[in-house]
Every structure is written in C-alpha cells, then in structure tokens.
Write a protein that binds this ligand. Structure first.
Ligand code: THU
Length: 132
C-alpha cells in the first residue's frame, strides 16, 4: 500500500457512501457499497442486491467488478468498501477469487463510519487462489 492508494481511497469516499442508498438488503439489513478504481481513472460502483431466495443475492464487490469488466476495464488499482452496519467490511471468498482473476495486485481499502481506513493487499486476503 502506498500514499497513492490513500489518495485514491479519499477520492472515492463520497461516491461510495452515496451508493449505500441504492443497496438492496432487506434480509440481512447490512447494506454494502463498493467503488472500484480502474487503471486510467475510471471508477465503477456497486451495491449488494439481495433476494428472497437468499443464495441468489449478490455482493457489492462483484456488482462493481462485473460492471467494470463488461464496460471493457480489466485492471484495477483500488477497491473501497463501506457499510454503515459493519465496521471495516471485507470481501467474502467468492469476491476475493473474482477480483484476483483480473488484478492480483489490487489493494482493498475498507472504511468505517468515522472515516478511518484500513488497507490490505488482495494477496494477503486470498493466500491460495484457485488457478488453472
Ligand atoms: N456482502 C457484500 O456485499 N460484500 C461483502 O464484503 C460481504 C457481504 C453482502 C452480502 C449480503 O447481502 C450482506 O452483505 C450480508 O452478508
């Protein structure tokens, strides 16, 4: 993690916090918002989208990732996560694996409601990704 990762994270705070309004989490009551900063400066956001058939729910990280990839972006510098109901939320295993596919060097940032950050290289969160 470098000073530039901190800069990117602070650039995305407003956007990621704003996203919480669009999270659809009536079952868990844990709204999550994600911002994905792409190489080149584009930013994609995502929120969790739950379903009454619980296993069909989707995490905020993968919504942001799939929006980015389907728009032609494949290299990512920073992921910023936020939930007002879960301090310093981190990606689940499925999200770690899907993020790793495109950007093993990604840095994951997470923040709490007081505006404090924690930073983790993706590689420290997924130590043995599945690789073909
Ligand atoms: N969730 C995310 O969107 N991202 C995470 O980092 C972990 C969990 C969602 C899934 C579900 O809608 C809710 O949070 C509670 O698990």
């Amino acid at each position: 993690m470098t000073a530039s990762h901190k800069k990117l994270a602070s650039q995305m705070i407003k956007l990621v916090k704003k996203g919480i309004a669009n999270a659809y989490a009536p079952y868990s009551s844990i709204p999550v918002s994600a911002g994905l900063y792409c190489e080149g400066g584009e930013i994609f956001t995502g929120v969790n989208i739950e379903n009454s058939s619980y296993s069909l729910s989707m995490c905020a990280e993968r919504v942001a990732l799939f929006k980015a990839v389907s728009s032609g972006y494949r290299k990512f510098l920073l992921l910023l996560l936020y939930s007002p109901e879960f301090e310093f939320i981190l990606p689940c295993g499925a999200c770690l694996q899907t993020l790793y596919e495109f950007s093993p060097e990604l840095v994951v940032a997470t923040m709490n409601t007081n505006g404090a950050f924690k930073f983790y290289p993706l590689k420290t969160l997924i130590k043995r990704p599945f690789k073909l």
